[in-house]
Design a binder for this molecule. Structure first.
Ligand code: VG1
Ligand code: CO
Length: 543
């Protein structure tokens, strides 16, 4: 077997977005496209000599073939060892867990998360560093720079590795160890949560439905919730990762996890419903007739954290992405701990977690996690809720209502306008930026704008600065409108409008969310002229 040097060309648009490079499968299938990006990763690392890497993905179409290519390139770059999940399967949180537990140099995650899969769907790749988290911007920028200049890549001509049997083989002198994708992760979970109490809960007849959405979290949920915690068979459904996610959109929100929400609203609802996304890092928590807002879930987990054994000693701090509601801020204030506001994307939490400034992190986009790894973690969040339910004996509804009664309710919604004309979206954002100065102090009905800006984040640990992270229109009562463009979409632009309104009065905690937010929705439209500029009359998705 020999190492080949193959000529390649720079591909336009290989700049990683919010979480790595995400494109249509057909783009990734162009000769040299994946190889170009992987070569750029190795160039950024200064080669792979002697390193141990972790490799796996969410099982979507092209996962296996990409893994074989990456293994042959890793061998050409003299990587010592690659740990790869059986069948090419590793959830995003599991990659993070394995990197940390096995002391690996880094890892490559193959996923386009919640984006649709299949030959006409999306594919993605990202690099995670030694702490188990997504590479920070200076590394992703360096990878991008290399993709734009390199002219060749290196690859072994060895044959394919059998990914379906646990154990070690060699490929051109490099060790390939196929590992159980679930074992390390499940062991970590058993140390964080009170598995005995949750087991008793199920023994007493507690009912639950976990929807794996035919994506990667299924095997984890099945092994842990049914296997280790003794929930009856059938508690975890759609548990087998399929290459096209069964034709569904593996995005756990009330729109795409429609079946689960319908079940939870119906007469046969179990006591607890949950779902995760394509790569297993998101979570949706549902009670009877109540889908818990992700921002509320973060705040509730924070307020009750000490009930879980792994968090018994309390929290150092909480971090949330800027568009996430301020419900967690109120909990942090009550606990007397710091609350950090970061740009969208998990990579911004890494430094805060490493420096032990924050213990819990969350995003409004169904992402919650902690310092146990450096990614958000879907199954972890579900286990946290199970632990809370087991420890308190309360239903999801009661936990949520009591939280609102104590801290007030942050009505919250996100409106997404997908696949809009990219140039029109850019022009809209530009016009908004131009208006910011004049907005301050302006009155809109009951609201007065206290502050209007384009969010800038300075990392408290390394002082790196991220600019243009979203337009914020903050009202004097703390209500907010946030607008930003997605960094994960693969078609045109996706405009996200985030809306938040605080209500302290418990007699007003039963309003319909969209109605409660209606005045802010109207102001967002008036200020952005979104409808006219994008030609859209309503959002594609409301969460
Ligand atoms: C979206 C979410 C963001 C999340 C990112 C990755 O990004 O808004 O909160 O971190 O997806 O999630 P954007 O740029 O499209 O708004 V996932 O589950 O891909 O890893
Ligand atoms: Co995801």
């Amino acid at each position: 077997m020999t190492i080949q040097t193959v000529a390649t060309k720079p591909f336009a648009g290989q700049r990683p977005g919010t979480s790595g490079l995400r494109k249509k499968v057909t783009e990734f299938q162009q000769p040299g496209y994946l190889e170009n990006f992987v070569e750029a990763i190795f160039l950024t690392l200064g080669g792979g000599k002697g390193a141990t890497l972790v490799l796996g993905g969410d099982g979507r179409f092209y996962n296996r073939s990409a893994i074989q290519t990456i293994l042959r390139m890793a061998a050409a770059h003299k990587v010592q060892k690659v740990l790869v999940g059986r069948g090419g399967i590793l959830s995003t949180p599991a990659v993070s867990c394995v990197i940390r537990k096995r002391g690996a140099f880094g890892g490559i995650v193959l996923s386009a998360s919640h984006n649709p899969g299949g030959p006409d769907g999306d594919f993605g790749i990202k690099y995670n560093i030694e702490n188990g988290g997504p590479a920070p911007e200076k590394i992703t920028e360096a990878i991008y720079a290399h993709t734009q200049t390199l002219s060749e890549y290196h690859i072994s001509d060895a044959g394919p590795v059998n990914l379906d049997e646990i154990g070690a083989t060699t490929l051109d002198g490099m060790t390939v160890e196929v590992i159980d994708p679930v074992a390390d992760y499940a062991e970590l979970m058993s140390r964080l949560f009170d598995f005995d109490a949750i087991r008793e809960l199920f023994q007493r007849g507690f009912t639950m439905r976990f929807d794996g959405m035919s994506a990667v979290s299924g095997p984890y949920a099945k092994a842990i919730i049914e296997g280790m915690l003794g929930a009856p068979e059938g508690t975890v459904i759609n548990d087998e990762p399929l290459e096209d996610f069964g034709g569904h959109h593996p995005d756990p929100n009330p729109v795409n996890a429609f079946d689960l929400v319908a079940l939870m609203n119906g007469p046969d609802a179990p006591e607890f419903g949950a779902a995760s996304d394509g790569d297993g890092d998101r979570n949706m928590i549902v009670g009877r007739k109540l889908a818990v807002a992700p921002s509320d879930s973060l705040a509730i987990i924070a307020a009750n954290a000490t009930l879980a054994p792994g968090y018994r000693d309390g929290l150092k701090g909480i971090a949330r992405s800027m568009p996430t509601s301020q419900a967690a801020d109120r909990v942090a204030a009550a606990l007397g701990i710091a609350c950090f506001e970061t740009p969208t994307g998990w990579k911004y939490f890494g430094n805060l977690l490493d420096a032990n400034l924050a213990t819990l992190c969350g995003e409004e986009s169904y992402g919650t996690g902690s310092n146990h790894i450096r990614e958000k973690d879907g199954v972890w969040a579900v286990l946290f809720w199970l632990n809370l339910i087991a420890a308190t004996g309360k239903s999801v509804n009661r936990i949520v209502r009591e939280h609102w009664a104590r801290f007030g309710r942050n009505y919250y919604s996100r409106h997404d306008y997908e696949a809009v004309d990219a140039a029109a979206a850019d022009r809209m954002m530009l016009a908004l930026r131009g208006k910011l100065a004049s907005l301050a102090g302006q009155r809109f009905g009951e609201f007065r704008v206290a502050q209007a800006d384009d969010f800038v984040y300075t990392d408290p640990v390394d002082q790196s600065v991220a600019t243009k992270q979203g337009i914020r229109i903050i009202m004097s009562d703390g209500s907010r409108i946030v607008l930003r463009l997605s960094g994960t979409g693969t078609e045109g632009a996706t405009v996200r409008v985030y809306l938040e309104r605080y209500e302290a009065d418990p007699s007003r905690h039963d309003l319909d969310t969209q109605e409660a937010l209606a005045p802010l929705i109207a102001i967002a439209e008036q200020v952005s002229e979104l409808k006219q500029r994008t030609g859209r009359n309503e959002p594609s998705v409301i969460t």
